[in-house]
Design a protein around this ligand. Structure first.
Ligand SMILES: Nc1nc2c(c(=O)[nH]1)N[C@H]1C(S)=C(S)[C@@H](COP(=O)(O)O)O[C@H]1N2
Ligand SMILES: [Mo]
Length: 452
C-alpha cells in the first residue's frame, strides 16, 4: 500500500503522531512507515535553506508514479452518499483519533473528573463542541429545559424566576471567549508530568457563546447595584457548585447567562440548558446548569472557594479568589508525543490567551529561550479569547527546544517556570501559566521537558 493512503482508518498527519497509550497504534505505524513516508511526503530540505525554498520542497514533483494522483479512485466514478434525511452530522471516520481523553497522569474516575481537549489536532481558535474539555465535580446531566428555572434573589427589589422561554425572548449577544480550568497545566508544577499538549494544556476550550448579559436580569429584578459587591452563582447539579463573582465583572456587561455555544444550544456536558460565562475568569466560576444568582455585599466563602482553586504560597498562606487567568501560550505543533518526519520546513503553530484582554504579541524560540522571533497572530484577535499564532521554521535536523512566550495588552509577559516558582513556591496546584518547553530530538521525536 502506498504510504500516502489511509492506514488503520485514521489520517496520518503530523499532529496525529501521538505517542503513548492514547493513540499508540498510529505512532507505531508512523514509525514503521517512516522511511517511505519521508520519501513521499517531505522532500529533504538542504540545511539552512530559506523557508520559501523549503516550503516549495514540501510537495513532490509530478511523475513519481503515485497512484493517488494517476488513477481515478472509486469516489470519482460512482454515486456518493445521499443527503441526510435526519440525524446530526459527524466528523469523517478518518478523524477517529481526534477525541477528548482522560489524562494518564490522573486517577481515572468517571463523574468527579476531567477530559482534555485534543489541542494538537485543532485549527484556528474555536473548539468544536464535541471536543470541548469537560470538568464535572459530580457528573453531567441532560436537563429538561421546559422545567429548568433561573432564580434571581438577594439584594433585589423583587425576586425573579425565569423560564428558558422567558430568557430566550430577551435581547441576546454572541461573543467568543476561552474557558480555562484553574487546574490546567497544574500537574506540571512539580516537574514534567504528562507527555502531550492534550494533557498539559487541554483544560482550555474556546467557543462563541450566546446569551443574555447578566446585568439585564439584575436590572429586571431591581438589584441594588450601589450596595451590591458580589454575586453568588449556583448550579443545579449534585455538586451544588457555588461561586462568588465580583459585581464589577457584571456591570461591565461581560458576564453572560448563556444558552448558546457555537451556533447551537449548549451541550449537556457544558451545562445545558444554561451556564454562566465569566470571560477571563477561571473555569470553576462558569457555573453550569445555572439555577440561581444571589446578589450580596460580601464574598460567600463557599466550600469550593475554601478548598479548591486556591494557591498555597511559600509562606504557608493560601491565596484565595485568584480568579483571572493570566496571559499564557503553548505551541501545539510540534508538541510532546509528535514526530517530525524529516528536516525541512515546518509551520510552528500554537495558541495564546489572556484573562485580562487581548494578546499583543507571541515570541517563539527554538533554542530554549536564547533567541526569540515574533510570530504572526492570525485574526481575529479578540479579548479574553484564544489567539492562534504561526511562524515559519526550517528544521536543520539538530536537537531543538521549542517555546512560546505571550504578552497581553496590559504589557504583562508570560513568565518562565523559574520566575513563577520564585513567587509561588513549589506546592502550587492551580494557575500555572509558565512557558512550556518541547524538546525535539535528532530522531524527530518531540518530548515534554522543563528547563532549569
Ligand atoms: N454546576 C457545575 N458547574 C461547573 C462545574 C461543575 O462541576 N458543576 N465545574 C466547573 C469547573 S471546575 C470548570 S473548569 C468548568 C468546566 O466547564 P466545561 O465542563 O464546560 O469544560 O465548569 C465549572 N462549572
Ligand atoms: Mo475547573
Amino acid at each position: 500500500m502506498n504510504s500516502n493512503q489511509m492506514a488503520g482508518g485514521v489520517r496520518k498527519a503530523p499532529e496525529n503522531f501521538v505517542r503513548g497509550g492514547d493513540v499508540g497504534t498510529v505512532f507505531a505505524e508512523a514509525r514503521a512507515g517512516r522511511r517511505t513516508f519521508i520519501r513521499n511526503a517531505f522532500a529533504a530540505a538542504a540545511a539552512g535553506a530559506a523557508a520559501g525554498t523549503a516550503i516549495a520542497q514540501n510537495a513532490r514533483n509530478v511523475g513519481e508514479g503515485d497512484p493517488n494522483i494517476l488513477e481515478l479512485p472509486a469516489h470519482s466514478k460512482g454515486l456518493g452518499q445521499p443527503v441526510a434525511v435526519e440525524g446530526y452530522g459527524k466528523p469523517s471516520k478518518y478523524e477517529a483519533n481526534v477525541q477528548r481523553r482522560q489524562s494518564p497522569g490522573l486517577t481515572q474516575t468517571r463523574q468527579a473528573s476531567v477530559s482534555f481537549a485534543p489541542l494538537q489536532s485543532l485549527f484556528g481558535i474555536v473548539t468544536p463542541s464535541g471536543l470541548h474539555f469537560e470538568r464535572h465535580h459530580q457528573g453531567w446531566w441532560d436537563i429538561d429545559p421546559s422545567r429548568h428555572r433561573l432564580m434571581i434573589n438577594g439584594m433585589v427589589k423583587t425576586n425573579k424566576v425565569f423560564t428558558m422561554d422567558e430568557l430566550m425572548r430577551l435581547p441576546s449577544v454572541s461573543r467568543f471567549h476561552f474557558i480555562e480550568c484553574g487546574a490546567n497545566t497544574g500537574m506540571e508544577w512539580g516537574n514534567v508530568a504528562v507527555p502531550t499538549v492534550q494533557y498539559t494544556h487541554g483544560m482550555i476550550s474556546c467557543s462563541e457563546f450566546t446569551g443574555v448579559p447578566l446585568i439585564t436580569l439584575l436590572e429586571m429584578a431591581g438589584a441594588d447595584l450601589k450596595k451590591a459587591r458580589f454575586i453568588l452563582a449556583e448550579g443545579a447539579d449534585g455538586s451544588s457548585m457555588t461561586r462568588t463573582i465580583p459585581v464589577e465583572l457584571i456591570t461591565s456587561g461581560e458576564v453572560l447567562v448563556a444558552y448558546g455555544q457555537n451556533g447551537e444550544m449548549l451541550r449537556p456536558e457544558q451545562g445545558y440548558p444554561l451556564r454562566l460565562v465569566v470571560p477571563g475568569v477561571q473555569g470553576v466560576s462558569w457555573v453550569k446548569y445555572l439555577r440561581r444568582i444571589e446578589v450580596g455585599d460580601q464574598p460567600y466563602a463557599t466550600k469550593d472557594e475554601a478548598v479548591h482553586y486556591i494557591d498555597l504560597m511559600p509562606d504557608g498562606q493560601h491565596r484565595q479568589y485568584t480568579s483571572i487567568q493570566e496571559c499564557k501560550s503553548v505551541v501545539t505543533t510540534p508538541s510532546g508525543g509528535q514526530m517530525l518526519l524529516d528536516k525541512g520546513f515546518y509551520n510552528i503553530t500554537g495558541l495564546a490567551w489572556s484573562g485580562r484582554g487581548k494578546v499583543k504579541r507571541v515570541d517563539v524560540s527554538v533554542d530554549g529561550g536564547r533567541n526569540w522571533r515574533t510570530a504572526r497572530l492570525e485574526g481575529p484577535v479578540l479579548s479574553k479569547c484564544l489567539t492562534r499564532f504561526n511562524i515559519d521554521w526550517v528544521w536543520d535536523g539538530k536537537p531543538a527546544l521549542i517555546q512560546s512566550r505571550a504578552m497581553d495588552d496590559t504589557g504583562y509577559v508570560q513568565p518562565t517556570y523559574q520566575q513563577n516558582r520564585a513567587v509561588r513556591g513549589t506546592r502550587s496546584i492551580y494557575h500555572n501559566n509558565s512557558i512550556q518547553s518541547w524538546a525535539l530530538r535528532e530522531d524527530g521525536e518531540v518530548v515534554n521537558v522543563q528547563l532549569a
